[in-house]
Each structure stands twice: as C-alpha cells, then as structure tokens.
Write a new protein. Structure first.
Length: 477
C-alpha cells in the first residue's frame, strides 16, 4: 500500500503514540526500536510471530500477532508498511478515525530530524555499505544512530539510537522513499534498472536518483562509484550542478580507489589511494569484489566526514557481515550452508562470485527463489543466466510478495535460462522438497547457498538437519 507523504513532516517526538502495521519487517522494526529508545509509546502488529516481535516486546512495545481494527484504538499515528494492503482492517480503521497515517519513509524522516544524516542509496549494496560505514564510524569512537535493512552481526540489531550527531540510514529507492529524506551527505553504490513495478520505465527509475541529488544539503557531498555506469552518470550530473562529489572504484577515474587487490578465500586486501596519496591497506573478512567497492564508498565517506584512515580501516576490517548477506548458517559433514538476500541478476552474480572464492575446489549448489512476479517477468532470463555460475541449481516458485500472480509468469522463466545441462537444474514447486534436492546434490567440500528476498531464508535449518540425517526443520507455513 502506498500512503501519501504528508505536507508537514513532524519530528518523532510530536507524533504521540505510534502504531506500526507490519512492525516485524526490517524497515518498520528499526524505526520502532529507535522510537522506543527515545521514550515514545509504540505498538504494532504483524501477520506472524517472530524473534523481532519478541525483541520489540522486551523493549516495551505492545505487539500483536494478526491484524484487527481495535488494535489502533489508542494510537495517534499509524505507520504502514508498503507490504500491507489497503483493505487491512487496521488501516481501514485508522482512516475511519482520522488518525495520522505515515509511510515508512516519513516515519524514518521523523526520527532523523535534528541529526546530521548520511543516506546510503543504490540498486545493490545499500545494506552492506550502510553497515560498513556504521561499524567504521563506531571504531572511530563515534556513536551514530543507524537504521539498516538487516541486522548487523556486531550489534545484533538493525537500528540504534546513538548519542552522536550522525545518523546513518539505508535510503530505499524501491517506492521512492529516499526522496523524502534531506541528508547532509549521500552514498550511491550503483544505479541499475529495478523496481519497474513502481517506476514503469528504466528512465523513470534513473530520474529518481537525479531527484535524490536535490535532496542533499548544499554544504554536503555525494560519494558514488565511478565503475558503475549509472552512478558515474550521476556523478557527472552532480558536478554539472556544482555539487561536491567523491568518486570511488577500482578504475583510474576514481578519486578514492583500491589498488593491488588480493582475494584469498573469504578475505580481500587492497591498498587505498586518495587523489594520488597512498593511505594504507584495508583487509576485509567478507568475500567478493562488490564488497570491496562497498567498503571504498564507506571509507571515502568517513574520510570526508573528518575521521582518520587508520580507525576507519580498522573498523572495516572488523566488519563481519550483516544477516542475510552471505551469512553462514552452519556446516555439517564438510558442507557449508550460506544464505543471502540476492534477488536481482547483478546481486546473484556478485554473491556467486563470492561463493566461488569461499568454495575453493568445492562446488556451489544453489536454491534460488525469485522475488516478485513483475521482477521475474522483467529479469527472469537474466536471473537464470547469472545462476549459471553455480554448479547445481534448484529454482523455487516465485515469492509473490505484495503482488498478484500473472498468467504465464512462473519460475520456469528463470529455470529455462540457466546455462547448465538439464541434469544440473531442477524446477521445484514444493517449498518443503527443496532442501532434499540440495542435500542430494551436495558432497563434502561443497557449498550450499540459498538465495532470494523471500522465505527461502528459512531453508537453512532444514538443510543442516538433513545433512545430519535428521528430520527437516519446518518453519515454513
């Protein structure tokens, strides 16, 4: 559901009692956590019980499982997830009562008001880059507030109400949310067509990032990756408008670039050069070249904010990952099981590159769950091509999310495009049968990877149980 942005955006402390419809999601739970830390009365509901719901209850939130009209009776403001439909009884009741309705973006802006905001945007890598910057700043002695679309391994949470002036926020473009924020500085990892269910055309999607430039404070700056054509175009536009920009990348065009990159297993080591000056080395313990680019963007931003290279580098070296971003779920009988959020062709390719480095001489066995009907219709063939970098592939049914099914749009669009022989590709409509396929195909030394933005993430425990010869864990309904 798309809730209109109000003409006047109030600070969080002026919203009264706040109720979140979809409080268990990555976006709303983080905002609720920050409000609770500021002493704001919070309630919320979600369709299913979860560890997130329990954590929010422990912090003082009143949380309901299931949606019912009476649950908004005591609220002054109702924040609505984009995944919620317009006929949700709590939304209908809030409208009937004339309560203040806010989308996620306006609620995040409410908690960011009065802080010096660094917004991290881009088609891919937002969560990782936001997380890296947060951890790097913490190692500099700063205590930034943050709101991230995934749980930091170090903090065990997706949000924090810091004591410092900085607020580091993942700025989601999927529904135009990032056009609500007014950051001091912005990072753009890359710009590549996505979310065309909302934007309609690639041109409209790219234009939103141009509009995002106008949201940046005139005294602030933009960091973007010059290796990415879409981000490079954005840098050019920003320069033409007289904005302060910092380009990062592996290419010679980048002002802050990585040289002498060495990748061994799960580590990447590189030397940082800033406008011709060699600053020193950074070693990451997360695999993949795309993480090097994310780290460069975070480092460049930290440097321009005035923090020392040595502390930033130490923080980046300590960064151990974010939940659902190449997250190790466990190892049984010499087979490691990872889970990752990749759902776009470029993200799939990046995670499989990282998986190849981790697997070494072993093979990669993948379960991929396409996310959203419209994305599968537009990018299904490219998803299949990207999956060709694995050795064995199981393609699951589409996780339809907030959309309705479309005739002719199925996971077969992905499976049929995987450039491996038919003996290496399985199209599996049964969620519960997927773990068995993975275990049948894996052997000691291999790496099993579950990929997608939906409930494929719940497969890991079942895979590990089957590898041990036990009954699968069924957390899926």
């Amino acid at each position: 559901m798309r809730v209109p942005i109000p003409d006047v955006l109030l600070p969080a402390e002026a919203l009264g009692r706040v109720h979140f419809v979809g409080i268990g999601g990555a976006g709303l739970s983080g905002i609720a956590r920050i409000m609770l830390a500021r002493g704001i009365e919070v309630s919320g509901s979600d369709a299913k019980p979860s560890a997130t719901i329990e954590a929010l209850r422990a912090l003082g939130a009143t949380c309901f499982v299931g949606h019912a009209a009476e649950q908004v009776a005591n609220a002054d403001t109702v924040v609505v997830s984009t995944a919620v439909r317009a006929d949700n009884p709590e939304v209908v009741e809030a409208e009937r009562l004339g309560l203040r309705l806010l989308p996620r973006s306006a609620a995040l802006e409410a908690v960011m008001q009065g802080r010096r905001v660094v917004a991290v945007a881009g088609t891919h890598g937002k969560t990782t880059t936001t997380s890296m910057l947060t951890v790097a700043l913490q190692h500099c002695g700063a205590d930034p507030s943050f709101a991230i679309g995934g749980d930091l391994n170090e903090a065990g949470t997706n949000a924090h109400n810091g004591t410092g002036e900085l607020f580091v926020a993942e700025a989601d473009e999927s529904d135009g949310a990032f056009l609500v924020y007014s950051p001091y500085a912005a990072l753009v990892t890359n710009v590549e067509a996505d979310h065309l269910d909302n934007y309609g055309t690639e041109e409209a999607y790219r234009e939103a990032f141009v509009q995002f430039l106008d949201r940046i404070d005139e005294a602030g700056f933009l960091v973007a990756c010059s290796d990415d054509p879409g981000a490079a175009d954005l840098l050019d536009i920003a320069r033409e408008r007289g904005r302060t920009v910092v380009s990062v990348g592996l290419g010679t065009a980048a002002e802050v670039r990585a040289e002498n990159l060495r990748q061994v297993g799960s580590t990447s080591t590189f030397e940082v050069v800033d406008r011709g000056r060699r600053l020193g080395e950074v070693t990451l313990v997360v695999p993949g070249q795309h993480y090097v680019l994310d780290a460069l963007a975070a480092l460049a931003c930290g440097l321009r904010l005035g923090y020392p290279f040595a502390d930033l580098a130490r923080g980046l070296g300590a960064y151990s990952g974010t939940r659902r971003r190449m997250e190790l779920k466990g190892e049984r009988n010499g087979i490691r099981v990872y889970d990752s959020y990749a759902h776009h062709p470029r993200e799939i390719a990046g995670d499989l590159e990282a998986a190849r480095a981790l697997a070494g001489p072993g093979r990669i066995v993948v379960a991929f769950q396409p996310h959203m009907v419209s994305r599968t219709r537009i990018f299904g063939a490219e998803m299949g091509q990207a999956l060709g970098a694995a050795d064995e592939v199981v393609v699951m049914d589409i996780y339809v999310a907030r959309e309705d099914p479309e005739p002719g749009v199925t996971s077969a669009l992905v499976a049929d495009a995987v450039p491996l022989g038919p003996e290496h590709v399985v199209l599996e409509p049964s969620w519960s049968a997927t773990a068995g396929h993975l275990v049948e195909r894996a052997r000691p030394g291999d790496l099993i990877l579950t990929l997608g933005a939906g409930d494929v993430t719940l497969l890991g425990p079942s895979v590990l149980a089957l590898l041990e010869g036990e009954e699968p864990v069924d957390d899926h309904d």
